[in-house]
Design a protein around this ligand. Sequence first.
Ligand code: KG4
Ligand code: ZN
Length: 353
Amino acid sequence: MKILAFETSCDDTSIAIFEDDKLLAMDTASQIKIHNITGGVVPEVAAREHANAIFWVLEKVLKEASPHLTSPKGRGIKGLFEHIDYIWVTTNPWLLPSLLTGTTVASTISTVLQIPIIPINHIQAHVFSNFLERKESFVKFPLICLTVSGGHNDIYSMKNIWDLEKVGSTTDDSSGEAFDKVAKMMGLEYPGGPIISKLAEEYKRPVSIETGLKPLFPRVWLVKKEADFSFSGLKSAVKREVDKRVEKAGLLSQEDKIEISYEFQEAVIEVLAYKLVQVALQKWVKTVMLAGWVSANNRLKEEITRLAKKHNLEFIFPIKNLYCMDNAAMVGILTHYKIKYWEFEEKIWVVKL
Ligand code: KG4
Ligand code: ZN
């Protein structure tokens, strides 16, 4: 079974081709450089970039997978499509103008070439990124999954592969958004997460702080026993600290940026890791899992590893950082399992948003 998967929900134009659970080819056009100019993703700009990139990404992926898609001579790209059994495309949630580009192109191919199309949920695809390059039995249920990225910050309880119950969420910003906004406050580029986490690694805590001084920023627990999050108060606390230092010295020094990055990251990570593990303990579940691009954060993985070890839990996260970010491979692997477990009696050629 060969699958062509599209992911255009935010600022990455990603297309992949799968044969069953094996990734044959994938390419992603990132829009980071463009969104750096505006300091974040402007939906209309993102949609235009998707429209400009999607056809050359598609051509590149088809050519890369062509040794596995042998077509009669002279049939060119059209011949390669003859090997595709299903098209899958992200339809929700996220930025509507971005989603429109992917769904329109995918539905057009589906209608013209009569290849059935199936809609995919972006968050569920992030969760399934944990199955990439792994045997199905590697992921043990029941489990608790933390999905953290720019657009979402949720905890899910999963009794089995299809049972995804949301047990906690953010009441305002997501953690990824907070990383982006704090980076902007300090004059750093977009996306803020990778830059802040890199700066934080450079921080050498003064010995006096190690021996008991209070952290610079508060830990926002809301109700500590519950699985909800809030990051807007922390963001305001960082803003106050940045303003104070700028007022005093006229600008933020590199040392200031390193210290604030470290302190901010610790404040986010401590709460994320604690709440994930706490939900697992409350529900008597033995496995915790991580998904979304924030899960590429080394400190977050380190802290969850520490807590999981302490409480005798297994901790699963995507095998490559490439699979943490928005990518069509996670759409493709979710498709593989849907085809394996679900019956698609009624075929459709157009997806609705
Ligand atoms: O999954 P994603 O690409 O988009 C959504 O579906 O929302 O996540 C993007 C977010 C950005 O906010 C970015 O700053 C954050 O993930 N991010 C990180 C790291 N790498 C990316 N946050 C913290 N640490 C990182 N290493
Ligand atoms: Zn995402």
